[in-house]
Design a protein around this ligand. Sequence first.
Ligand SMILES: CC(C)(COP(=O)(O)OP(=O)(O)OC[C@H]1O[C@@H](n2cnc3c(N)ncnc32)[C@H](O)[C@@H]1OP(=O)(O)O)[C@@H](O)C(=O)NCCC(=O)NCCS
Length: 189
Amino acid sequence: MTKKSSEVPRLQGTRCVLRPLVPGDATSLQRHADDEAVSRNLFDGFPSPYTLEDAQGWCDTGCRSAAMGYVWGIEVEAQIVGCISVHPDDGWLRCNAEVGYWIGQRFWRRGITSEALALVTAWVWENLPEVTRLYAPILAWNDGSQAVARKCGYLKEAELQRSAIKDGRVIDRVQWASIRPEVRHLPRR
Ligand SMILES: CC(C)(COP(=O)(O)OP(=O)(O)OC[C@H]1O[C@@H](n2cnc3c(N)ncnc32)[C@H](O)[C@@H]1OP(=O)(O)O)[C@@H](O)C(=O)NCCC(=O)NCCS
């Protein structure tokens, strides 16, 4: 599968717009990302504190690297306030793709992330024919993220006990997934 994040399309919602990040987004991205309430719910590699340099690296090239899959900035009120991404697995697992998302605290509980996840899920079914399963590994304490997944039709498929290390502590995760409504048979390669 080709992963070209530079080619992610603009997706228009009613609460937000999803679009590719550009270098000029670094300042607003950093302002919303540099928050313990955000980073405590994300994988251990998410910078905390989140510096302007981190944001510049992410907006300039980081988000476009093949290793990151497809990355959109979440735009609200003409500024980037979060990100959402889809990362297809490789080889014989390439029909699976991991979704991840976060949004700045000032914008929580306005239905923005659930709209973003619904837009991205529909885009994947329409545009990535090899992907048949989207999965979201979520830290077990994160009720908000699980509510977002549930609202978008994802189902809880697993409790992954002691499956990650966060800030030096072994923690539990849960996994939510959405399955492509209709499976097409794909040519062998
Ligand atoms: C979790 C997070 C993405 C939720 O985003 P959001 O834009 O506030 O979510 P929405 O407004 O779309 O809410 C969707 C549903 O979740 C519920 N919800 C949101 N935050 C919640 C919370 N902390 N606890 C319980 N439910 C919550 C909402 O009430 C809503 O349900 P409803 O429509 O039935 O009322 C956001 O809080 C965040 O970015 N947190 C930090 C990073 C993070 O956790 N990312 C996810 C990693 S897996």
